[in-house]
Design a protein around this ligand. Structure first.
Ligand code: PLP
Length: 403
């Protein structure tokens, strides 16, 4: 594939018509764990599937092209992807991460630090002076996660990456929440991008996987060496499925974010909802920054209901949304981060990150926006009296969409 193709074309064509045996239009799935050598002194391109596999390398190449990376490493999970760059740090080194990073990342970094593998400091990276104070301690590695999970805070990637690199750190961005379709952190100065491909990249909630995309070849080769050494590379079947999901990434996420915007606007107009966290709303503190550094606002949103509204009762009354962890699939999900995705954080860490026990997070899927909005309002109606604002809003929506 040539580099000057548009990303939509790159993903639609990834691996297509590359089968040399039968000219299959969709690429074959290579399940072999080991590959024959013609001669004991002539190492083939692929010799053993932990080290390299044709199906996995097709996915790695497509993701590297999308993120503008030199090297793409496909891992067995998003957590394996987050863990891989940690091979670059040694005991005594400092790692900086967002104070509201994904709960599993918080648990991983805290566990490593407790064992003395390195030191870790969690910082509110949207606060430039807090970040500057942390960078003055000369960290070896800085993690960025924007939009953050679950409060959708937006960090200025270019500014944070420039400051972190000036402090001598390797900068790693978790781009799971937007995918390369909506944000490219390497072009904004990061060294490494990690993904839970479980989410938007696969998009069908049937594979757990991850990826590490590295800008510079030498750093990429070092991390690829560690991925093989530690045995964290992804399975061929998972790679095949993920490549299949990746082809529809753009239309999926574009439609999902359009619906997320409609849901966010509808909920904002209801006085039983105290706060809506969605970067696409002009009232969101990161709105202007998100507009500049992202090519869309994404399909994740969180809400806090008003005092007296039974949030768990709303969740239990929802009929379309499934109560489940994860995000980015074709189906809409809802969760309470305090008891689900972020349960691995201590209550104190959650308090510092602003994650209240009442916060509810929605991952918006491909269902019709009208049905999703109605589902939320019906669930709200079952626990609290509807407000006139809600009725007007729904009527406006019905009129605009003739449904
Ligand atoms: N990073 C982010 C932002 C996530 O939301 C998740 C999972 O929810 C992960 C990393 C971990 O990915 P996985 O569950 O594929 O291991």
């Amino acid at each position: 594939m040539t580099r000057d193709l548009r990303p939509e074309t790159l993903v639609a064509r990834a691996g297509v018509a590359t089968d040399p045996s039968h000219r299959g239009v969709s690429p074959p799935l290579h399940l072999a764990s080991t590959f024959g050598w013609r001669d004991p002194e002539e190492k083939p391109a692929f010799d053993y599937s932990r080290s390299g596999n044709p199906t996995r390398s097709e996915l790695g190449r497509a993701l590297a092209d999308l993120e503008g990376a030199s090297v793409g490493i496909v891992t067995a999970s998003g957590m394996a992807a987050v863990d891989l760059p940690l091979n670059l740090v040694s005991p005594g080194d400092l790692v900086i991460a967002p104070h509201d990073c994904y709960g599993g990342t918080f648990r991983l970094l805290s566990a490593h630090a407790r064992r003395g593998d390195f030191r870790v400091e969690f910082v509110n990276q949207t606060d430039a002076s807090a970040l500057a104070r942390a960078l003055a301690k000369r960290p070896k590695l800085v993690f960025i996660e924007t939009p953050s999970n679950p409060l959708l805070r937006i960090t200025d990637i270019a500014a944070a990456a420039a400051a972190a690199r000036a402090a001598g750190a390797v900068v790693v961005a978790d781009n799971t929440f937007l995918s390369p379709a909506l944000q490219q952190p390497l072009s904004l100065g990061c060294d490494v991008v990690v993904h839970s491909t479980t989410k938007y990249i696969n998009g069908h909630s049937d594979v757990v996987g991850g990826a590490v995309l590295i800008r510079d070849r030498s750093l990429g080769d070092e991390l690829a060496w560690w991925a093989n050494c530690r045995g964290v590379t992804g399975a061929p079947f998972d790679s095949y499925m993920t490549l299949r999901g990746l082809r529809t990434l753009f239309p999926r996420i574009e439609r999902q974010q359009e619906t997320a915007g409609a849901v966010a606007r509808a909920l904002s107009a209801d006085d039983r909802v105290a706060k809506v966290y969605y970067p696409g709303l002009a009232s969101h503190p990161g709105h202007e920054l998100a507009r500049r550094q992202q090519s869309g606002f994404g399909a994740m949103l969180s809400v806090e209901f008003a005092d007296g509204v039974d949030a768990l009762g709303v969740l239990r009354a929802l009929e379309i949304f499934t109560i489940a962890e994860s995000l980015g699939g074709f189906e809409s999900l809802v969760c309470t981060p305090a008891t689900m995705t972020h349960a691995a954080m201590t209550p104190e860490a959650r308090r510092l990150a602003g994650i209240s026990d009442r916060l509810v997070r929605f991952s918006i899927g491909l269902e019709h926006p009208h049905d999703l909005i109605r589902d939320i309002f019906a669930a709200l109606d079952s626990v609290a009296a509807p407000s006139p604002g809600r009725v007007a809003c729904l009527r406006k929506w019905d009129e605009a969409h003739a449904c």
